[in-house]
Design a protein around this ligand. Structure first.
Ligand code: PLP
Length: 392
């Protein structure tokens, strides 16, 4: 298998599994228990909190463990709205992950059709006005659009750091400064940035950052939300006193320990990540763009993650190409894995190139620093064979 879908999920590293093993086997107590067998587990949760905090330059007390980034995104937006009951306006972008877009759509109408179909029930009291900022053909947003969108009714801005489909980066530092100067809370979905770029909450003054473990070699089912000390927060999940009353539910010690260890490793490997992955990605991208006719890059050439290549193959349905690649043992995707079961086009590429069919004819390759040149060469050749046969 050649796995080129690391923006969808990543394998658990052996060191991460090893760190988790005691808590899956012998150390199975409840950290909230009064006796030592359970209570001693608290310190391992706190070590993991420190490890996650270090990955983003935060204080551990400002990190809350959640079940995933979908929960973190929903919790941050809900907390910001709850703290500003008189303000009924949200600003986000057309290219956010479905966990932000669908949350906003539910808030605006109560019921909604997601960008890729399917009606979902209401999440909160509906009636919020939502501005979905556009992006240009390269996936970049204009800060002037953000400035113009914010009004005295705006409670929260939710704009991601790195796009999961194209890798395109938003200017989060400037966004945070604008929000701060306008007195608006800023939530940043930093899921795709973690482990791929330096995240320093000291340099990007956002109020909330969402993370999820499975994008940087921790297991699925564990996420985190950073909440800046002075930013308002109220739980999305009410329950016991866990997470200092900020998120009810018995802590999953193995998953939390796994995320902590993965964060520590991500920090260690970060200085080399870009150096290793960029040449591989560029070779794959060049191999495809220069040899296969009717191909086009989606996303700004430079201003994007070093591991992501999103390419349109004109005249070829994404799904048909993916099936042929799968037959050759190559795993890639036509966008977000969370929406892969719908046959709607990519809402991200559609926002960038609304007039063209590019959003139905694209493949995302997302690589890892440990990939090999041989796999890249094999993939470029397999893509050339598959596109030739589909065009025939
Ligand atoms: N935000 C972005 C940008 C993502 O890529 C993803 C996952 O694909 C999520 C949020 C949701 O993460 P999770 O699967 O942990 O809920």
């Amino acid at each position: 298998m050649i796995y080129l879908d690391h923006n969808a999920t990543t394998p658990i590293l052996p060191e991460v599994l090893e760190a988790m093993m005691p808590y899956l086997t012998t150390e199975w107590g409840n950290p909230s228990s009064a006796y030592k067998f359970g209570a001693k587990l608290k310190s391992f949760i706190e070590t993991a909190r420190e490890q996650v905090a270090e990955l983003i330059g935060a204080h551990p007390l400002d990190v809350i463990f959640t079940s995933c980034a979908t929960e973190s995104n929903n919790a941050a937006i809900a907390a910001a709205l709850k703290a500003n009951p008189a303000k009924r306006h949200i600003v986000t972008s057309q290219v956010e992950h479905s966990s932000v877009l669908n949350c906003c759509m539910a808030l605006s109408s109560g019921e909604f059709t997601s960008p890729r179909g399917g009606v979902k029930p209401p999440l909160h009291e509906p009636g919020y006005r939502v501005t979905y900022l556009p992006v240009d053909r390269e996936g970049l947003m204009k800060l002037a659009d953000l400035e113009a969108a914010i009004t005295d009714q705006t409670a929260v801005v939710s704009l991601m750091w790195a796009n999961n489909e194209t890798g395109v980066l938003f200017p989060v530092e400037r966004i945070a400064e604008i929000c701060r100067s306008r007195g608006v809370l800023y939530h940043c979905d930093a899921v795709q940035a973690a482990g791929k770029l330096e995240i320093d909450v000291g340099k990007v003054p956002a109020d909330y950052f969402s993370l999820t473990g499975h994008k940087f070699h921790a297991p699925k089912g564990i996420g985190a939300l950073y909440v800046r000390r002075k930013a308002p927060f109220s739980p999305l999940v009410y329950g016991g006193h866990q997470e200092r009353n900020q998120r009810g539910g018995t802590e999953s010690v193995p998953l939390i320990v796994g995320m902590g260890k993965a964060a520590e490793l991500a920090r260690k490997y970060l200085p080399d990540f870009e150096k290793k992955v960029r040449p591989l990605r560029d070779e794959l991208e060049e191999g495809i763009l220069s040899t296969i006719p009717g191909t086009e890059l989606n996303g700004h050439k430079n201003h994007r993650l070093a591991n992501t290549a999103n390419i349109t193959f004109r005249g070829i349905e994404s799904e048909a190409l993916l099936v042929l690649l799968d037959k050759e043992g190559i795993c890639a995707s036509s966008g977000s894995a969370c929406l892969a079961d719908s046959d709607e086009p990519s809402h991200v590429v559609k926002a960038m190139k609304p007039e063209s069919a590019a959003s139905r004819q694209m493949i995302r390759f997302s690589l890892d620093a440990e990939g090999s040149k041989m796999d890249v060469a094999f993939t470029a050749a397999a893509v050339a064979r598959a596109t030739a046969s589909l065009r025939d």
